[in-house]
Structure formats: structure tokens, C-alpha cells
Design a protein around this ligand. Structure first.
Ligand code: IVH
Length: 705
């Protein structure tokens, strides 16, 4: 259908068009919701919606009383709005074995310096997706997905359609109340939804979790409304007043406010009681009407939770004890080698498709060459030393959402004449030698950026969500441009010269290509232009340097705050230099990560790519964290001697939470030394350097108790 561009419509045409669109969208809705027989695709539906909005934007006076755009708010045109989480949404550390649960309890008691038993809550780990609900004066005002933990997606309209989520809480609530929990779908609702989808010729979902996620993240809230989602509350974010003094009382309070809380939540004293409850919940698992994938343990005393605090992305006071993975046997048809962003050669098992825990699996990871050969990284036998060969019957397992793995091999079914698998020592993509470093289980292609597989994977990472996140430039487009003879993109900097190169090309313009048009080419260039200004943390993450993930990139950016300082420091940092000492003193930055960063910045080819990119960009500085409201923010503190009111680990964690840097030794950069009884040479060094020395009580007064 050729439509007249919105900009060229006359008022009369616009009025007629709005009437047509209102009718078409109403018909589409009836077909979808009432008749369960969609007549147009989601994309066509969205296109109609967008056109309707665009016309209304141009002729606000013509907006109809029954305008389709009112039903879903303003999110239709731009996708979901972004919601920064005022309190980060974290994930949980996992435990699989009973010993790990004992270690968890040990670690907590050591950290807090407790000898007695700690009380915990134990509750099912719901296999859904987490959601944060913000209430102001008791009214639901915003719902957001977890996103990357810092910024989520605004799904308020969608959340309003979920019956378990109160629009208004019952009874007295803190003025600001952020309730967190899990959105999920019951088994029966999941089966019924898939039946409906199949009958309508729509895609079916692999499991209830995917169905819940797909249903919540709908641009049209009416689709969410037609999908029966549920919600369990189990945590909270920002609060203007505490809910209670214990986890269990806080959960009871949420229940009283009108939220569904899980009835299997119990209080357990010590690790043995936790394991008992784990076994009880595991035995009930098959009878529950929803999927769970483990049991979550949380320290019950909220005062202790606060003292324990957080690591970079998980709380110290909670752990998820996962159920064993689901298993199946199938035939290994072949082994492919994939070359990743950092050059790692990863063996991938091509399997005869098999259902594992409700999901059809045809690929699984084989980890590395030792794993295939039946050895661990120290050369000790695994699987009783059995190797894995093409043609073998292998056991495949999945734990939660992670990539399926090959666990075991059935030698009794091994075919005659089968040969051990020979792992390549040459990169299958570029022919460069693939080396293994001493102590590393991974063989890596040494081609660096000359290896097309590494280069293209780096580019995919570069445009990915936590990095540059360029609209219209995803993995598929990156692969296309990488191979493009006219507008090639081989390095990140090439992305930012794309528009100019296209403009200067007299012949084949992007807009004339198949798959592109005037509008989509212009849109792509505009989306790239938007990202020419980029915050420092995203840029550091986007480099895709080994060991430097999103969390580390954030730590580095907040430490150095701007590009010049970061770039100068990393260029100069070699072991032994003050810049190296500073880099490795950042909490969360170890020597391995530091070396990897320094290697990247000091390798000529890598450096050329980084410099070429930086020259194209405006790099925004990042605010240092914890600069507000703390007398020790930005100060470098050294603890020495024994502390009496808290353990060294707790003291360090608290100081860091208040924005201080905690160093292991005294230097001219030290601002403050906290010395307990038995303080030795460090206190002397401090005296010599004229650095302030205080005792533990004075420190506690300084940081407010
Ligand atoms: S507590 C600060 N409790 O598991 C930690 N999480 O693997 C807050 N989940 O992102 C989470 N059931 O989406 C908690 N009973 C439960 C849970 C639960 C499921 C999810 C949640 C979290 C993920 C971490």
C-alpha cells in the first residue's frame, strides 16, 4: 500500500486518514483479542499506530475522542521509556552444592564477626522476570523492568493490567514505596496461551518465563492485558520509611498492603535449617503451578543486611541455591569452532535436536579443548577421563537460562572406528596460529584485529545494548557492513564516517540499496549521530577489552571521571608505576584486568583503533560516585591494627560505600589512618608523613556511628 507522507496531507485528508486508522486499529484489536485471529502482523499494527500518532502530532486539533493513541500512552512511538533505578536492581550469587550454603553462612558470620547462629528467610526462586513498582502516597505511579540493573524500561501501562499488582495499596504505606518482585505465568495459563498462539499461527513460547517476558514487554498494553500474568513481591527498592526491622516482617507488611507474597517463605536458623527447607521446596516443586529454579536465602535481620551491604552486582546477605539442572541424552553430530571477540576458540556441539526441560536444544557448549579431551584445567581427569567424539551419545543439561552444556558421554554407545577430536591450532577464520597461554584453558587466535571473526564480534559488541546501542545497527547490520565493498565498516571509527562516505560517493548510495530507502538510511545516520556523544563508562565497555565488563567499565569511569584522565593514566600504567598502583587500588579492579587494559592501550594496532574512534566522539565525563554527603568521600583511608567494633572486611566495605578508597599501605596519597591496638609500621609511616591518625571510635564518630 502506498501511503501519502504525513507531511503532505491536507487537513481534510488528515481527518479522513485518522478515521480510517481508528477503524483499522479497532478491527485489528477485535481480531486479536476477541477473535484470537490477528489479521495483521505486529509490525503492521505498530506502523498504523505510528502513523496515527504522527498525524495527530501534525494536526492536534483533529485528534478524535476515540483516538487509538490514548489507549496506550505515549510509549508507542519511541518504544519503552527509560527509567533510572534510584536503588540499583541487583542479581543474586548462585550456589549449587550444600557446601556452598555452609560457606555462605560462614562468610556472613566472619564478615560480621558473629559467633552465634544467623537467622535467614528461605523462599522459592521464581523463574520469571523482575519488576520494580513505585508507589507514591499509596498509588502506583511507575513500573520498570530490571534492564541492566541501573536503568530499566518503563512498563507502567502494562503492569497496570496485572491483577496481582494493586493500583492502590491497602492501609498505611510509606509515602515513597518501591516494591520489587517477580512477574511470572502459571503452567496452565502458559499452555492455554501457546494453544491460542498456535491456533492463530503466531509464534509459541519455549517456556513460561519467556512467555511472561514477551507478554510484559509489549508496546501495546492491551496485549499484556490479554495475557494472564501474575506477580510475587519479595523485595523493595527506595522507601521513604523502613517497612520493618526484619525481612520476614517486611514481607508480611507487603502482604498486608495487598501484594501476593510466596506462601512457602519460612524462617530458618542456620545453614542446616536452610538445607532442610531447600529439600522441602524441591520436593514440592512438581506440584507448584509455576516454575521455580531454586531457593533464595536472605539474612532476616535488616540491620545485618545493611551492615553486609553489596558487592559490585550482588548483595552479600543473600544467595540463590539453585536446583540441579535438567538433563537429556542425544547424539553429537559435529563440533564447530567459533571465534569470539577476544579470539577465544570455543567448541560448539551440534546436536541432534532434543528437548531439555521443555526447550529444544540443538547446540551446546563444549567449553574448551581440555573439556573435550576429558581433563580439567590442571590436567586432572574429568568424567573419569572419557573424551568426547563426534558421533557419541552425550548428556546435555541446562540450568536456568544459561547456554546448554554437554555433561557426559555414554561409552557403551560409542561407534566403532570413532576418532578422538583434534582441536585446531590454527584459527579457522583467519589462519593465524591459535595459542594457549600458560595456565589458560582457552586457545586464542593471535590475529587480533586482522582476524575477521574477532573484528566483527568486536563490532557487534560495540553496538550492543550496554555499549553504543545504535538503533538500526544490530549484529545483522554490522555483519553486512563489515563485508560491504562500498561502505565498509571494519572498525568502530568507520561507523562514524559512514554518513560522510555515503554522501561523498557519487554512485551507489545506501538509500538505493535493497533493504534500505531514503527514510531508513537517513534514520540510521541520525541514530549514529545521536551516539557521537557518549558517556565515558559506555565507551570503556564498548572497547570490548578482555576482563573489562560493564561493571568494571563503570568503576573505571567513576574513578577517572573523564576521558583525558583515563587515557593518560592507562597509557602510563605499567606495573611499578604510580599510575599502576592507582589503577589496581580501585575496588573491583584486579591485576589481571589492569594488565588487559594496559595491553590494549599499549598495542599499536589496538591503540590506533581507539584513537581513531576517540577523534570521532564527544566523550561525556561521568560523576564520581559517593561524592555527596560523606565526610570521607574521595579520601584514601588505611586501616591498621585490630578493630574491635567490626571486622576489617566490614570496615572496608562501609568506608567504600561512603565513597572512600581503602588502601593496603600508607603513602603520600593517604588521607587518614585508622589505627587500632597493635598498629605497627603503618602507623609509624603515617606519623613520618604527617598523615592524620585516629582510633576506631573516632572513625565511627566521623562516619556517623
Ligand atoms: S531477591 C537484591 N528473591 O532472581 C536481590 N530474587 O538471580 C533481590 N528472583 O533478579 C532479589 N525469585 O529476578 C529475590 N524470591 C526471590 C526471587 C528472586 C526470583 C529473581 C530476581 C533476581 C534474580 C537473581
Amino acid at each position: 500500500m502506498t501511503e501519502k507522507a504525513v507531511e503532505t496531507l491536507t487537513e481534510a485528508e488528515a481527518r479522513a486518514e485518522l478515521a480510517r486508522l481508528a477503524e483499522a486499529l479497532a478491527a485489528a484489536n477485535t481480531a486479536y483479542h476477541t477473535l484470537d485471529a490477528p489479521e495483521i502482523s505486529d509490525a503492521e499494527y505498530d506502523a498504523l499506530k505510528r502513523r496515527n500518532l504522527a498525524i495527530e502530532a501534525r494536526f492536534p486539533g483533529l485528534k478524535r475522542a476515540d483516538s487509538p493513541s490514548d489507549l496506550v500512552g505515549a510509549t508507542v512511538a519511541e518504544g519503552f521509556g527509560k527509567v533510572p533505578h534510584r536503588v540499583r536492581m541487583l542479581s543474586l550469587e548462585n550456589a549449587f552444592a550444600a557446601e556452598e550454603v555452609a560457606e555462605f553462612d560462614d562468610r556472613i558470620r566472619r564478615f560480621l564477626g558473629l559467633t552465634g547462629e544467623v537467622s535467614y528467610t528461605a523462599e522459592p526462586k521464581i523463574d520469571g522476570l523482575s519488576l520494580s513498582l513505585r508507589y507514591q502516597d499509596g498509588m502506583l505511579v511507575q513500573a520498570a523492568t530490571r534492564g541492566d540493573g541501573e536503568v530499566g524500561e518503563d512498563v507502567t501501562q502494562n503492569a497496570r493490567t496485572i491483577a496481582d499488582i494493586p493500583q492502590r495499596v491497602t492501609g498505611d504505606a510509606p509515602q515513597v514505596l518501591e516494591v520489587r518482585g517477580e512477574v511470572y505465568m502459571s503452567h496452565a495459563d502458559f499452555a492455554a496461551l501457546n494453544d491460542r498462539q498456535a491456533a492463530a499461527g503466531d509464534k509459541t513460547f519455549a517456556n513460561p518465563r519467556n512467555a511472561a517476558a514477551g507478554s510484559l514487554r509489549q508496546l501495546d498494553a492491551r496485549i499484556t492485558a490479554s495475557r494472564p500474568l501474575r506477580f510475587f513481591a519479595y523485595a523493595w527498592g527506595e522507601l521513604s520509611a523502613p517497612l520493618a526491622t526484619t525481612q520476614s516482617a517486611a514481607i508480611a507488611r507487603l502482604a498486608a498492603l495487598g501484594f501476593q507474597t510466596n506462601p512457602l517463605t519460612t524462617l530458618c536458623d542456620g545453614p542446616e535449617a536452610l538445607l532442610d527447607q531447600y529439600r522441602r521446596i524441591e520436593a514440592l516443586r512438581a506440584t507448584l503451578e509455576y516454575d521455580i529454579d531454586g531457593v533464595v536465602y536472605k539474612v532476616n535481620d535488616l540491620g545485618l543486611q545493611a551492615r553486609l551491604g553489596f558487592r559490585s552486582s550482588t548483595p552479600r546477605w543473600a544467595i540463590a541455591h539453585k536446583f540441579p539442572a535438567e538433563l537429556a541424552w542425544t547424539e553429537l553430530l559435529g563440533i564447530d569452532i567459533q571465534v569470539g571477540r577476544t579470539g577465544a576458540l570455543s567448541p560448539v556441539a551440534r546436536l541432534k535436536p532434543v528437548t531439555v526441560g521443555g526447550v529444544v536444544v540443538s547446540n551446546a557448549t563444549l567449553h574448551n579443548e581440555d573439556y573435550i579431551a576429558g581433563r580439567d584445567s590442571r590436567g586432572e581427569a574429568i568424567r573419569g577421563g572419557k573424551d568426547i567424539r563426534v558421533g557419541d551419545w552425550v548428556q546435555v543439561y541446562r540450568a536456568g537460562d544459561v547456554i546448554p552444556k554437554v555433561a557426559d558421554v555414554d561409552l557403551s554407545r560409542r561407534k566403532d572406528g570413532s576418532q578422538p577430536y583434534v582441536f585446531p591450532e590454527i584459527c579457522p577464520e583467519c589462519g593465524s596460529p591459535a595459542h594457549r597461554e600458560e595456565g589458560d584453558s582457552v586457545r586464542r587466535c593471535t590475529g587480533g584485529l586482522i582476524c575477521p571473526a574477532q573484528a566483527v564480534e568486536r563490532l557487534k559488541h560495540f553496538v550492543s545494548r550496554g555499549a553504543f546501542d545504535i538503533e538500526g545497527l544490530g549484529a545483522k547490520q554490522v555483519e553486512m557492513f563489515f563485508k560491504d565493498p562500498i561502505l565498509p565498516v571494519k572498525t568502530p571509527a568507520d561507523i562514524f564516517t559512514l554518513a560522510e562516505r555515503d554522501a561523498n560517493n557519487p554512485l551507489q548510495k545506501l538509500k538505493n540499496r535493497e533493504g534500505f530507502g531514503e527514510v531508513s538510511a537517513a534514520k540510521l545516520f541520525a541514530a549514529i549521530e545521536v551516539r557521537r556523544t557518549i558517556p565515558l563508562d559506555r565507551l570503556i565497555f564498548a572497547f570490548g577489552i578482555r576482563h573489562v565488563g560493564e561493571v568494571a567499565a563503570g568503576l573505571l569511569a567513576r574513578h577517572y571521571t573523564n576521558w583525558e584522565a583515563f587515557e593518560t593514566a592507562i597509557t602510563r600504567a605499567t606495573p611499578g608505576t604510580p599510575d599502576w598502583a592507582e589503577l589496581t587500588s580501585i575496588n573491583g579492579v584486579g591485576e589481571v584486568m589492569a594488565q588487559s587494559l594496559v595491553d590494549a592501550f599499549q598495542n599499536p594496532a589496538e591503540r590506533a583503533a581507539i584513537d581513531a574512534l576517540a577523534a570521532q566522539l564527544t566523550i561525556q565525563p561521568v560523576q564520581a560516585r559517593g561524592v555527596v554527603d560523606s565526610p570521607v568521600a574521595g579520601k584514601t583511608v588505611v586501616f591498621t591494627g585490630s578493630l574491635e567494633k567490626m571486622t576489617r572486611a566490614e570496615a572496608k566495605a562501609r568506608a567504600e560505600a561512603l565513597g572512600a578508597k581503602v588502601a593496603g599501605s600508607v603513602s603520600a596519597k593517604t588521607d587518614l589512618v585508622v589505627a587500632g591496638p597493635g598498629a605497627g609500621s603503618k602507623a609509624k609511616d603515617a606519623e613520618r608523613l604527617g598523615i592524620e591518625i585516629i582510633d576506631e571510635d573516632a572513625w565511627l564518630r566521623l562516619i556517623g556511628g
